[in-house]
Design a protein around this ligand. Structure first.
Ligand code: GAR
Length: 215
C-alpha cells in the first residue's frame, strides 16, 4: 500500500477527484491517509472529514520562517508515514530543503501547459498572449517553481469568448482526470524515480510524456 498525503489551501476539487478515484479503486495501491492545509477555512478540509480522512491544519502565519513552517509539515508527513505527497491547490512556495526530502515522491498539478506559464494567474496570461491552446500539467516537484519533470498533460482549445473564469471552469474537469491517473501510476510503481530521473513503465519520462487532448 502507498500512503498518500494531500496538501491543500482551498476548495479541494482535485482532492475530491482523488477521494472519488480511491473509492472507485482507481488509485491502484494508493490510500489517502491525511490532508494537510495551511488554511483553517479551506473547504478541502470539510471534504476530507466527510471521507473520514485525518486532517491537519498548519498555518504558515504561526511560523517565523518558511523553513520552520516546512519543518512542521515535514514532521506531520512523517507522523502519517507517507510514501507520496500530492499538492492539490497548495498555494505556498516550498523551501529547497523540504523539496529535497520528498524529491521523487511529491507531485503537483499546475493550470498551464508547462514549461509555459509557470507561476500565478495562468488563465489571464494565456488570454493576454492570445494562445490557441491551454491546459494543465501534473509534474514532479523540484526546488525550482513549476519546473519539475512533467508526467501528463491535458490540452484544450482556447475559444474566442473565453475569460479567465471560463478557462478555469473548463480546465478543472481535465485536472480531475489526469491527477488521479498520475497518482495511480505512482502507486502501482509504473511511475518511478531513480537518480534524479523519472520513468513511466521503465521508459524515461522525457520521451513518453502523456498528452490528452480535449475540445
Ligand atoms: C487547481 O486549478 C490547480 O491547478 C491550481 O489550484 C487549483 C486548485 O483547485 N494550482 C496552482 O495554481 C498551483 N500553482 P482545487 O482546490 O479545487 O483543487
Amino acid at each position: 500500500m502507498k500512503r498518500i498525503a494531500v496538501l491543500v489551501s482551498g476548495s479541494g476539487s482535485n482532492l475530491q477527484a482523488l477521494i472519488d478515484a480511491e473509492h472507485q479503486n482507481q488509485l491502484g495501491r494508493g490510500k489517502i491517509v491525511g490532508v494537510l492545509s495551511n488554511k483553517s477555512d479551506a473547504y478541502a478540509l470539510t471534504r476530507a472529514q466527510q471521507a473520514n480522512i485525518d486532517t491537519a491544519i498548519i498555518s504558515h502565519r504561526d511560523f517565523p520562517t518558511r523553513e520552520s513552517f516546512d519543518q512542521q509539515m515535514h514532521q506531520q508527513l512523517l507522523d502519517w508515514n507517507v510514501d507520496l505527497v500530492v499538492l492539490a491547490g497548495f498555494m505556498r512556495i516550498l523551501s529547497s530543503d523540504f523539496v529535497s526530502q520528498w524529491q521523487g515522491r511529491m507531485l503537483n498539478i499546475h493550470p498551464s501547459l508547462l514549461p509555459h506559464y509557470k507561476g500565478m494567474h495562468t488563465h489571464q496570461r494565456v488570454l493576454n498572449t492570445g494562445e490557441r491552446f491551454h491546459g494543465c500539467t501534473v509534474h514532479f516537484v523540484t526546488a525550482e517553481l513549476d519546473a519539475g519533470q512533467a508526467i501528463v498533460q491535458a490540452v484544450l482549445d482556447v475559444r474566442q469568448n473565453d475569460t479567465a473564469e471560463t478557462l478555469a471552469t473548463r480546465i478543472h474537469p481535465l485536472e480531475h482526470k489526469i491527477y488521479p491517473q498520475a497518482v495511480q501510476w505512482f502507486c502501482n510503481e509504473d511511475l518511478t524515480w531513480h537518480d534524479n530521473h523519472a520513468y513511466l513503465q521503465n521508459k524515461p519520462l522525457q520521451e513518453s510524456l502523456k498528452v490528452c487532448y480535449f475540445d
